[in-house]
Design a protein around this ligand. Structure first.
Ligand SMILES: CC(C)(COP(=O)(O)OP(=O)(O)OC[C@H]1O[C@@H](n2cnc3c(N)ncnc32)[C@H](O)[C@@H]1OP(=O)(O)O)[C@@H](O)C(=O)NCCC(=O)NCCS
Length: 152
């Protein structure tokens, strides 16, 4: 499949949401209402939007996404997704490599990411790309923030 990787455009919003709902079943989990993909897009458009990438096929259809960030110390990668019908064609690899290059160009020395522990196939994917588990415990805490208005 011939694809192009480019920066996300707001016009891609609905196609990206459809892809994420397909690729991330957890977005359909109503017990986790804090997962709001539309708000994730809105927030990313306000923070390093140049690190939000999509893979588009020859017809312009969105078949993959990767959202990266750099905080001046580490790079992070989120929302890597490839459409079911386009998997195992190397698109996920290309998206990760693209994000790695963009982060390296900013001076980022290490890229971190988290994978849900019940996704062994995703861990296998990252292992194939040279990623290894760090000897750390991943901690997190939700913060109360005023949510910006999501894009339409
Ligand atoms: C993970 C994901 C992005 C991989 O995308 P992809 O385009 O299919 O990956 P690639 O074609 O680049 O795969 C590269 C290599 O990774 C490994 N790999 C990919 N998918 C795999 C799977 N399901 N099981 C085992 N290994 C896998 C293989 O070694 C593969 O090489 P090969 O096809 O020559 O054997 C895709 O499966 C996906 O969107 N999953 C659902 C969303 C998700 O959970 N994202 C991760 C969030 S942290």
């Amino acid at each position: 499949m011939s694809i192009t990787i480019r920066v996300f455009d707001p016009a891609d919003t609905e196609a990206v949401l459809a892809l994420w709902l397909q690729a991330f079943p957890e977005y359909n989990d109503t017990s986790r209402p804090h997962r709001n993909p539309r708000l994730s897009i809105a927030n990313k458009l306000g923070t390093q939007p140049e690190l939000f990438f999509v893979a588009a096929d020859r017809d312009g259809a969105i078949v993959g996404t990767a959202m990266a960030g750099y905080d001046g110390h580490r790079g992070w990668l989120y929302s890597l997704a490839v459409a079911h019908e386009a998997r195992r064609l190397g698109i996920g690899t290309r998206l990760v490599r693209h994000a790695e290059s963009a982060l390296a160009a900013m001076g980022c020395l290490k890229l971190n990411l988290q994978v849900l522990s019940d996704k062994p196939e995703v861990i296998a994917f990252y292992d194939a790309l040279g990623y290894r588990a760090d000897a750390v415990v991943s901690l997190g805490k939700r913060l109360s923030v005023q949510e910006p208005a999501a894009v339409a």
